[in-house]
Every structure is written in C-alpha cells, then in structure tokens.
Design a protein around this ligand. Sequence first.
Ligand SMILES: Nc1ncnc2c1ncn2[C@@H]1O[C@H](COP(=O)(O)OP(=O)(O)OP(=O)(O)O)[C@@H](O)[C@H]1O
Length: 240
Amino acid sequence: MSDSLTLEGVHADIAQYHILQGVNLSVPEGSVTVLLGRNGVGKTTTLRTVMGLWQAHRGRILLGGEDITRLPTPRIARAGVGFVPEDMGIFSDLTVAENLTLAAVSGPIDSARLDWLLDAFPPLRTFWGMAAGNLSGGQKQMLSVGRAVIEERRLYLIDEPSKGLAPAIVTTLARALKQLKAQGASILLVEQNFSLARALGDHAVVMDDGRTIWAGPMATLAADAALQERLMGLSMEAHG
Ligand SMILES: Nc1ncnc2c1ncn2[C@@H]1O[C@H](COP(=O)(O)OP(=O)(O)OP(=O)(O)O)[C@@H](O)[C@H]1O
C-alpha cells in the first residue's frame, strides 16, 4: 500500500524555539493514523508544518510521493489537503452556506457530497443562511469539518475535533468521521478522546518532546496499558 503522507525526520522552529526535533510518520492510503502524546509535545505543530503554516527546516514531507516541504500553504491546499485547525478557522461574519461555498476551491459544490454532509451534520442544514458566528461551539466544529470535507481530498488533517464538545456532539462527529473513513479517506488525526481515537485509528503514532517515539497498529497500543503508560503517562482505558 502506498503512503498518502510521509514525514521523514522533520524539524521545525517557532520563533527561537526548536519545537519539532525529528518527526517520522506515515499515513498509508485509505487509512487513519492517530497522532497521540501529552499536551505540548508538538502534535498541532506537526499538522501546521504539513500544511506549510510553519516551515520545516530539516527533513521531508511527501504527499503521495510528491515533495511538498517547501510549498506555500495555498499550494498545499490545492494539492489536495483538507485541514480542520484547532481554532476551527471558520469565517464568523459569513453564513454557513458561504463558508462551505468558499471551501469548495475547485468549483461549485457537488450536490451529492453536500447532501451527505448535511445529513451527517443536520444543524448545518437548519442554519444554512445564518452567520457562522451565531452557531454553538459544536455547530462551529461541524462547519469546520464540513469545510475540510466538502470536496474529496487526498488527505485530511484533523486537529482535536472533539475538544470541548458535549458528548452528543462528539457522537455526531464520530459518526461523520467514520463515514469519511468508510469512503476510503486518508486521515491524520490528533485526538485525545481515546475512545474516538481507538474507534477511528488504524495506526497510532506517539510523540514526546517534539519527536515521534513509537508507531504501530492502533490495536497493539489499545491492548497494552503498560505501553500506553510508558509512552503517554496514562492509559487509554482510564480515559476512554
Ligand atoms: N505560536 C507559538 N509560539 C510559541 N510557542 C508555541 C507556539 N505554538 C506552540 N508553541 C509551543 O510549541 C510546543 C508544541 O505545541 P503544540 O501545540 O504543537 O503541542 P500539542 O502536542 O498539540 O499540545 P496540545 O495538545 O496542548 O495542543 C509547546 O511547547 C507550545 O508551547
């Protein structure tokens, strides 16, 4: 199976700080890799570096074999990467409809894709003409995910989609992400909600201190509490 995304020895700085100090990971085509690790180890920085929002100064980032390490963010997006940022990245003054229309960069929105999205996230249909700033936190997250998936992409980068959301909203999000996965999407997911991480993840990669320290099947990590404790300082069972 070929890789949708590969990071080889990636280093990146933020201001004078050397934040990423050797990130190696891959997202095989049509699978979900979950990036795990304690707070502040560099998971968000890794996604932002793939997206070109921080610059890798060492190592290589390959998208389907093509080197995208030095490309500017708009070119990376056009190469087929959908991004759900931690801060959601929606336009508060624009309506739900306008937010989705702007996210469809290659032309008019495909009606079958839109139907799927609005069935997965019914509030987006209800509030179609409303300014996004008036949505609840959970509805904003649905819109953020919706913007990334409104067109089929080669790769989706999704940063902590369940963070701060009520359990019912997490259930809706989980169902939509499972449908995306079932469509054969390639996804790099940062997710601290371990039951969601375990349900979606085919592969797990664990980071510590700006480096990837473990990679393997999610099932292997999920089944080994001692390994979780050693890698992340906590066990998935206790936080499921
Ligand atoms: N804009 C910034 N300026 C300075 N330091 C930053 C900035 N963004 C992140 N950092 C630092 O980079 C390190 C990695 O942060 P990052 O957000 O990537 O971690 P994370 O693993 O995603 O953690 P969390 O789960 O808390 O979001 C942290 O020490 C953080 O303080």
